[in-house]
Design a protein around this ligand. Structure first.
Ligand SMILES: NC(=O)c1ccc[n+]([C@@H]2O[C@H](COP(=O)([O-])OP(=O)(O)OC[C@H]3O[C@@H](n4cnc5c(N)ncnc54)[C@H](O)[C@@H]3O)[C@@H](O)[C@H]2O)c1
Ligand SMILES: O=C(O)C(=O)C[C@H](O)[C@H](O)CO
Length: 265
């Protein structure tokens, strides 16, 4: 092979310098840590969450230390209007949106036969419709500026398997929906420069799983996982950077399981 013809620069594939990202659920857990990681890789990041405590401010303070810019936006992902406004503000203050991570989500449990309709509907509105509304607002901006884009939706291994002992038919169905919705959107936009992929985490140490009443459940999670532990939020950053960056330029419609081997057993 003629060496002069090789233009490969592998580290540059993961470089996000000068790109703008929007992350939902950026006030806690997986979304928060991914937002921090994107800034460390050079991105300016709009931080979206419905939290009104110091969650977003903590994410922003970390990002400020990286020298990158951030924008705190209090918004609920069940509102299409709020998401459109969030994207408009992001582009006005940070620049053209090139990357998005949709991590906002909730989990709760109830036996199927006892679950009230509003419990089912509230979760579906956030976990599934919220992802659709987020992608819709993000893609409209990406399509209009023509610079292309990469979207990563945070699904779950619960969209692939049924978590033993957890009564959460609505949660599991919402995550299966996110995986297939991501593939469907990937195909709608495949010839217009937008890639859409999902990450399906296994059990991850976040406030969703570390509530005091979850102590027993957490031990179960760990013993059921081939790696015998939950993931740390840091372990979701690399997969997100990969799927958002040029390193995955030929990947679209992929669901990346990051589950410590859980789905192998
Ligand atoms: N923790 C796990 O084990 C695990 C495993 C697989 C998938 N996930 C998924 O990862 C994502 C992040 O979960 P996490 O564990 O980091 O939880 P988390 O509770 O730490 O963070 C979720 C964030 O989403 C925000 N949010 C919730 N509803 C919202 C809404 N309507 N509008 C705007 N923001 C909203 C919350 O305020 C919170 O800051 C979720 O989609 C979850 O289903 C988590
Ligand atoms: O998505 C998963 O697999 C989860 O682990 C979600 C939560 O941990 C589970 O619903 C327990 O609250």
């Amino acid at each position: 092979m003629n060496d002069a013809a090789i233009s490969l620069n592998a580290p540059a594939l993961f470089d996000l310098s000068g790109r703008v990202a929007l992350v939902t659920g950026a006030g806690s857990g997986i979304g928060q840590r991914i937002a921090m990681g994107l800034a460390q890789c050079g991105a300016d990041v709009a931080l979206v969450d419905r939290r009104t405590d110091d969650g977003l401010a903590n994410t922003a303070a970390f990002i400020a230390q990286t020298g990158r810019r951030s924008l705190q936006i209090a918004a609920d992902v069940t509102s299409g209007e709020a998401l459109e406004e969030a994207v408009t503000r992001t582009e006005a203050e940070l620049g053209p949106l090139r990357m998005a991570v949709n991590a906002a989500g909730i989990a709760n449990a109830e036996r199927c036969e006892d679950m009230p309709e509003d419990q089912y509907q509230t979760l579906m509105d956030i976990n599934m419709k919220g992802v659709w509304l987020s992608c819709k607002a993000e893609a409209r901006a990406m399509l209009s500026h023509g610079k292309g884009g990469s979207i990563v939706n945070i699904a779950s291994m619960s969209g692939v398997i049924v978590n033993r002992g957890l009564n959460q038919v609505h949660y599991n169905a919402s995550k299966a929906g996110v995986i297939h919705m991501s593939k469907s959107m990937a195909m709608e936009w495949v010839d217009r420069g937008i890639r859409v992929n999902s990450i399906s985490p296994g059990y991850t140490a976040t406030p969703m799983n570390t509530r005091p009443e979850m102590v027993h459940q957490t031990r179960e999670f760990e013993s059921q996982t081939p790696m015998q532990r939950m993931a740390s939020v840091d372990e979701m950053v690399g997969p997100a950077v990969f799927l958002l960056s040029d390193a995955s330029s030929y990947c679209t419609g992929v669901d990346l399981l990051v589950d410590g081997g859980f789905c192998c057993w």
